[in-house]
Design a protein around this ligand. Structure first.
Ligand SMILES: *Cc1c(COP(=O)(O)O)cnc(C)c1O
Length: 299
């Protein structure tokens, strides 16, 4: 399959995403170099890496003649926003199943308001129903309510998403020895690792949630997408700073300092945690002098 094609041409993604070197004394001291892989610049309306995860799903939905996309997310989900934007641009109706109480979520936060403005129909479900969202009876009930629709799982992570993210790895071939990426559901890491050059490149994932479930999730996604565990990857779970959307004074200070030094304010939920982890590893001497690092700016 080509990177784009009808009907996805309408989205006009900027690919390959730009790769820019940054200068930083904390890295130079250890003899390592860093490139930022600017996936945040792929599309102005689809936040971050979500284009790569949605691409093959949108194609599959179109190929199967679907006119409605249904998916799931928390109240601050970039994936819901991206799905809503893709729906508007490509002519799909969209339904977003949101975890939480509608009353508690009104007025809508900026992220949900944007999704609603893009035409997404928002449906709020309680936490226990949300937890069972992948179970057949729950999905069936949603299909009965909204009609025939293409269902994308939470965070957009499924086998097609992982396969779409393999392009990220392929775009980095020859450019870096080690690639760092922030992980939510792990779909991006699963694909990235599969697309890197075997034996020559490796990936490190930095989970932004607590819990230690991610290793199995990434393996499972790789098995679904590629039939096996593939590529050289590992996780470093030390940098979640308390969990999803949580922060610490140390992380805030790191992110503010990074913005001053490099003119790029890293997204606090994902990218700042990954960069903080990567700079800590450099400081710990984890990479021999001469190592070329790449950090994926996913949003
Ligand atoms: C969704 C998202 C991620 C995490 O991607 P996963 O495939 O769920 O691991 C990372 N960074 C940003 C900015 C995101 O929006």
């Amino acid at each position: 399959m080509t990177a784009t094609g009808p009907p996805l041409d309408a989205l006009r993604p900027r690919l390959p995403s730009p790769l820019v070197a940054i200068e930083d004394g904390r890295l130079a001291r250890h003899g390592v170099r860093l490139l930022l892989k600017r996936d945040d610049l792929i599309h102005p309306d689809l936040p971050g890496n979500k284009w790569r995860k949605l691409r093959l799903n949108l194609q599959a939905a179109a190929d199967a003649g679907h006119d409605t996309l249904l998916t799931f997310g928390g109240a601050y989900s970039n994936h819901l926003r991206a799905t809503a934007a893709a729906g508007r641009l490509l002519g799909f109706a969209t339904v977003g199943v949101v975890r939480g109480d509608e009353l508690a979520t009104r007025p809508l936060n900026a992220s949900l308001a944007r999704a609603a403005a893009d035409g997404m129909r928002l449906v709020f479900v309680d936490r226990s129903t949300y937890r069972r969202k992948a179970e057949p009876d729950v999905v069936e009930a949603l299909r009965e309510r909204f009609g025939r629709c293409y269902v994308v799982p939470e965070g957009g992570s499924n086998a097609l998403a992982a396969r779409g993210c393999a392009d990220l790895g392929r775009e980095l071939r020859g450019a870096a020895d080690v690639v760092a990426v922030a992980c939510g559901t792990g779909g991006t890491l699963a694909g990235l690792a599969a697309g890197l050059e075997p034996g020559a490149q490796r990936a490190i994932g930095f989970p932004v949630l607590r819990g230690g479930f991610l290793d199995a999730a990434v393996r499972g996604l790789q098995e679904d997408a590629f039939g096996r565990r593939i590529g050289d990857w590992r996780l470093d779970g030390r940098f979640h700073h308390g969990g999803y959307a949580r922060t610490t004074p140390e992380l805030d200070a790191f992110a503010e300092d990074f913005a001053v030094r490099h003119g790029l304010a890293p997204d606090r939920v994902y990218v700042a945690k990954m960069l903080h982890g990567l700079f800590t590893l450099v400081d710990e001497g984890a990479f021999p002098p001469g190592t070329r690092l790449a950090a994926v700016v996913t949003g």
